[in-house]
Design a binder for this molecule. Structure first.
Ligand SMILES: Cc1cc2nc3c(=O)[nH]c(=O)nc-3n(C[C@H](O)[C@H](O)[C@H](O)COP(=O)(O)O)c2cc1C
Length: 145
């Protein structure tokens, strides 16, 4: 239900609802812009970093977004040092830029056992590669899944 607000505030309320609608659509629809946000972090030595990720869950009630990644990846080291991130998306169709500031919690082990059980085998191959993601390799396929 929309609360009784000034017209401009009601617009902001609508905009907020619209953003969450688009986030949830990104989780369900592979072709939705919010499916592939850019996740920006800060490295332990203070440099900005950004990369594409897949949005795996979005919950308006709790205000949480889920992303899956490899614990070995640089972004995890960044987020352990500075647990804040920005997710960015330009939604061309809606002419809407979304810049989502987030406080990040890294969940692993028993905390995500049920979630991991639901990740298909093919998708699991994306995590735990050797060498770790972001490490230099001599040839394009010099890694093991
Ligand atoms: C379309 C696309 C989707 C991606 N999705 C993810 C993802 O969901 N999680 C992830 O860790 N990396 C994902 N990646 C790879 C990252 O962009 C990045 O290259 C990798 O995670 C290493 O980043 P880091 O070294 O900054 O941690 C994706 C890349 C592309 C091109």
């Amino acid at each position: 239900m929309t609360p009784d607000l000034h017209p401009w505030a009601a617009d902001l309320y609508d905009l907020y609802a619209q953003v969450w609608t688009r986030l949830v659509r990104g989780v369900r629809d592979r072709r939705a812009p919010m499916r592939h946000p850019t996740l920006a972090t800060v490295t332990p030595d203070g440099k900005p970093q950004a990369r594409t990720v897949v949005l795996r869950a979005a919950d308006k009630t709790t205000g949480t977004l889920d992303i899956h990644t490899d614990l070995q990846s640089s972004k995890v080291a960044d987020l352990r040092a500075t647990p804040f991130a920005v997710l960015h998306v330009w939604d061309t169709g809606a002419h809407l830029q979304m810049r989502l500031e987030a406080t990040v919690t890294i969940l692993t082990g028993p905390d995500v056992a049920a979630l991991w059980a639901g990740v298909p085998d093919a998708s699991r191959q994306s995590y735990g590669s050797l060498p770790a993601p972001g490490q230099p390799i001599q040839q394009a396929l010099d890694y093991a899944k």
